[in-house]
Structure formats: structure tokens, C-alpha cells
Design a binder for this molecule. Structure first.
Ligand code: GDP
Length: 354
């Protein structure tokens, strides 16, 4: 929609690309449609559908992702026109959450969000299915396949809500990971596109031992980080904050982030080159408080120093580092800083062990 400024638009598209990457996809191209209001039947309009078809054929793409929420009928019409997998922004985000949710509550919240997204969209699919499987018993009075599917989904949603109540009422801390490897845990938190996964890759060791390798492949979002003193800690990427998160996904997002509470130290990554960085910082800060994680020490990592044009003076009194994730010296500086914060915060603990 042309109500967005050019910068906001670029930002949203960059964010979408980062989300696709997080979900394990590769962007082969982008197509932009500029209209007052979205087309009711296909969102982008007939001419653009043809253009999109041609572009996909040329690049060999298999999925088309729309940077908005599509109506059930738009998805149906587009699928009929193009015979490609059509996803909207909400589905992409749900897919990322589903891959990241670790706690029982997180998994339940994500499933609930997926089902409530699916419910109004069953129509086209159920219709095709019941026709394919047509014949005796599928006609006449009684439930249609669609009604059966809807009833089944509503039942499951009720069951999930019941389980969620239980989980919340005996909220226990999930310490399994900690028990498994007694390691010092550092969580990366911040907006999507702030540079969390770049930092995860670039800060971690390339010389991981064989026994750690299994762990590394089991959980691609956790890596080992060796500090200047030789101490090894675990660094975990979390699901990133997203601009304009659909309200139906807020609960799923929060519980996906629950495990941040298990961290010993939080690296709060901020894209210092983003004009809106201050608001991003505040949003993350507020959520940490809501998650009951505000007692965990935080090191702020102002990233993308290379893109700053003027001076940068971060506000606030928590320890901070201004770096570029691409600069080896900056990364070294950050490793020292992490160790310094750990020593300061956990001094009594270090002494007791020695
Ligand atoms: P995440 O979504 O927080 O995991 O962010 P990514 O690590 O995927 O980074 C988002 C984009 O920012 C990528 O295109 C990175 O190459 C880029 N990026 C990350 N760190 C820096 C940096 O220090 N400077 C610049 N200029 N770009 C960076």
C-alpha cells in the first residue's frame, strides 16, 4: 500500500527477507505492486499475477510469500491461478515460531495460533477433499467434510486451551537443557534483522569438538562460544521481534521467548543504524520485564556500527558495546566485554568455585 513511506517500505521488505532466511528459505526475487487498495480477489491484481507467474518460472521458485495477511479467498484464487505454494506473512511467522517453540506452553500457543489461522481457511481445501473422496455417504443431509473438519479443529482448540490453563497454573521452570550440560547460557535477543544470527555464526567457534557436534546439529540455534580466558559458554539465538506482529500471534510469540528466562546473560542486539532503534530497544526491554527476565544481566550490543554516519551515544546505564558484526576486532572486543560482564555479575560464584 502506498500509505507507507519509502523507508518504511524498504524496512518491511528487508524484514520479510530476514524472516524467510530465518525460516530456512532463500529469496530468489521480489515483486512490488503499488495500488491504493489491495485487489479483493488476488491481492495484487490480474496483470501482476501474470508477471509473478513469469518471474517464478524464470527463477524456478516454488513458494510465493505475500508481505501481508491474505484473506482465505485470495489464497484460494491465487492457488487456482498459479499452482504454486502461496504463503502470507502470518503463515511465515507461524512457521518460524513452530520451529523455535521449545517449552510445552510455547508449543501449545503456536498450535493454537496455527489452528485459529486455519479455521476460516478450511473452506476451499475441505471442499476439494470432500469432492475427491466423494461417493456414498458424502452427500445428502448430515455433516459435510468441511463441518467435520471444523468441528475437529474447534475440539482441538478447546483441548489446547484447557492444557494451557494447566501449564500456567503449575508453571515450572524448564531446566532440562541446563541439567543436560551445566553450561553458562547466553541468549541473543532483539529485532529480526538486527544481526543476531550473523553474531551467532561469527562469534562461535569453528573448532567444535565431535561430541558437541551432535548437539550443534540437533539445535542449529545454539552454538558454543569460547571466551578470551578459554571458558566455553553456550550462545542461543531466539525468535526475533517483528514489526507489526499480528495480534493473534502475540501470545505464541511470547511463549516462544519463554526460555530467555533460563539464560544467565542476555545479549540484547540493537541495529544502531535503524532510525527507530530507540523504540525497538524499549519494546525489548518491556517484554523482558513482562517475561520476568528483568533480573538477568543484560549486555547491549549496538550492531552495524559501519552503517552509522554520525556519532552514536546510547542512553541508559547497562553495559554496552558498539560493534560491527563483520569486524573481527569488534568481535574480539565483544568477547572481552562478555567476559567482563560475566565476571562482574557472577563474581561470588567464580570465587566459590576457585
Ligand atoms: P537477525 O534477523 O537478527 O538474525 O539478523 P541477521 O543476522 O540475519 O542480519 C540481518 C542483515 O543485517 C543481514 O543482511 C546481515 O548481513 C546484516 N548485518 C548483520 N550485522 C551487520 C553489521 O554489523 N553491519 C552491516 N552493515 N550489516 C549487518
Amino acid at each position: 500500500t502506498n500509505k507507507l513511506s519509502a523507508e518504511d517500505f524498504d524496512y518491511r521488505m528487508d524484514e520479510l527477507k530476514a524472516l524467510v532466511k530465518t525460516a530456512g528459505g532463500k529469496v530468489s526475487g521480489t515483486l512490488i505492486q503499488n495500488r491504493e487498495v489491495p485487489d479483493r480477489t488476488t491481492y495484487i491484481g490480474k496483470g501482476k499475477v501474470e508477471e509473478l507467474k513469469a518471474a517464478c518460472e524464470e527463477s524456478g521458485s516454488s513458494i510465493i510469500i505475500f508481505n501481508d495477511e491474505l484473506t482465505p479467498s485470495q489464497v484460494r484464487n491465487l492457488t487456482a491461478e498459479m499452482d504454486m505454494k502461496i504463503l502470507d506473512r502470518t503463515q511465515l511467522i507461524l512457521d518460524i515460531f513452530a520451529g523455535r517453540a521449545k517449552s510445552k506452553e510455547g508449543k501449545l500457543q503456536v498450535e493454537l495460533a496455527q489452528l485459529s489461522y486455519l479455521l476460516p481457511r478450511l473452506r476451499g481445501q475441505g471442499h476439494v477433499l470432500s469432492r475427491l473422496g466423494g461417493g456414498i455417504g458424502t452427500r445428502g443431509p448430515g455433516e459435510t467434510q468441511l463441518e467435520i473438519d471444523q468441528r475437529h479443529i474447534r475440539g482441538r482448540m478447546t483441548e489446547i486451551r484447557r492444557q494451557l490453563e494447566q501449564v500456567v497454573s503449575h508453571r515450572t521452570r524448564y531446566r532440562e537443557r541446563r541439567k543436560r550440560n551445566e553450561a553458562f547460557q547466553i541468549a541473543l535477543i532483539g529485532y529480526t534483522n538486527s544481526g543476531k544470527s550473523t553474531l551467532l555464526q561469527r562469534l562461535s567457534n569453528s573448532d567444535v569438538y565431535a561430541e558437541d557436534l551432535l548437539f550443534a546439529t540437533l539445535d542449529p540455534t545454539t552454538k558454543q562460544l569460547k571466551l578470551p580466558s578459554g571458558m566455553k559458554v553456550l550462545l542461543t539465538d531466539t525468535v526475533g521481534f517483528i514489526q507489526q506482529l499480528p495480534t493473534t500471534l502475540v501470545a505464541a510469540f511470547r511463549s516462544t521467548l519463554e526460555e530467555v528466562r533460563e539464560a544467565d546473560l542476555i545479549l540484547h542486539v540493537v541495529d544502531a543504524s535503524d532510525p527507530d532503534y530507540y523504540n525497538h530497544e524499549k519494546t525489548v526491554h518491556d517484554l523482558l520485564q513482562e517475561l520476568d527476565a528483568s533480573t538477568i544481566p543484560v549486555l547491549k550490543v549496538y550492531n552495524k556500527r559501519d552503517r552509522l554516519t554520525g556519532d552514536f551515544f546510547p542512553a541508559g546505564d547497562s553495559p554496552a558495546a558498539l560493534i560491527s558484526a563483520f569486524d573481527e576486532q569488534d568481535l574480539d572486543k565483544l568477547r572481552f566485554k562478555i567476559e567482563a560482564v560475566m565476571e562482574k555479575e557472577f563474581a561470588p560464584y567464580f570465587v566459590r568455585i576457585a
